[in-house]
Write a protein that binds this ligand. Structure first.
Ligand code: FES
Length: 163
C-alpha cells in the first residue's frame, strides 16, 4: 500500500467499530436506519468514515447512505457539545408556545437548531414529541425531560449549559 493510499484510508478504529455495529444488526429487516442509530450511539455522531463501510455491507451506494444521513436530522455529522438540549417542536408543544421558547433559547445561546456553540458547551436540536405533551412546551437536557418550559426555566437551562 502506498503512503498516499494509506492516508486516504478510514481510521481503523472507526471501521472496526462500525463493522461491529453492522454485525450486531445484520439480521434486521431494513437495517440502514438502525445501523446508523447504532453507529451514532457508538461514536456520538455518524463519522464520515463509517458511511462507506455501511454502504458496502448493505450493498447500497455511498450517495444513498449520505442521502439518508442528511435527510434525517436525528443523525449528527459531528460530535455534539458537552450538553445536548432538545426542544420539542411537535403539535402539542407548538400550541403552547414552543416556537417562542425556541426563539428565546436560540437568541440566548447564539445558535440555531442543529448547531453547536463555538465553545462546544451545547448542541441545540429540535425533537418531535417527548411524550410530555400534558406538560407542554417540553424540552430535554442531557436526557432529562423538562416540562412547562417558561422564561424562568429557559434562564435556568441556559445557565446550566454554560456552567
Ligand atoms: S408534542 Fe411536545 S412533548 Fe408531545
Amino acid at each position: 500500500m502506498s503512503m498516499q493510499q494509506a492516508s486516504t484510508q478510514a481510521p481503523v478504529d472507526v471501521v472496526a467499530r462500525t463493522q461491529a455495529v453492522i454485525e450486531a444488526m445484520a439480521g434486521l429487516e431494513g437495517p440502514l436506519l438502525p445501523i446508523l442509530h447504532g453507529v451514532q450511539d457508538e461514536f456520538g455522531f455518524v463519522p464520515e468514515a463509517s458511511l462507506p463501510v455501511i454502504a458496502e455491507a448493505l450493498n447500497i451506494s455511498r450517495a444513498e447512505a449520505h442521502g439518508v444521513v442528511s435527510f434525517y436530522h436525528d443523525y449528527r455529522r459531528a460530535p455534539a457539545g458537552r450538553h445536548v438540549l432538545k426542544l420539542c417542536q411537535a403539535e402539542a408543544c407548538q400550541s403552547m408556545g414552543s416556537e417562542r421558547v425556541a426563539a428565546q433559547v436560540k437568541a440566548a445561546l447564539g445558535i440555531g437548531f442543529h448547531e453547536t456553540s463555538a465553545d462546544g458547551s451545547v448542541t441545540l436540536e429540535p425533537v418531535y414529541c417527548l411524550g410530555l405533551c400534558a406538560c407542554a412546551p417540553a424540552a430535554m437536557l442531557d436526557g432529562e425531560v423538562i416540562g412547562r418550559v417558561d422564561a424562568a426555566a429557559i434562564e435556568e437551562i441556559v445557565a446550566e449549559v454554560r456552567r
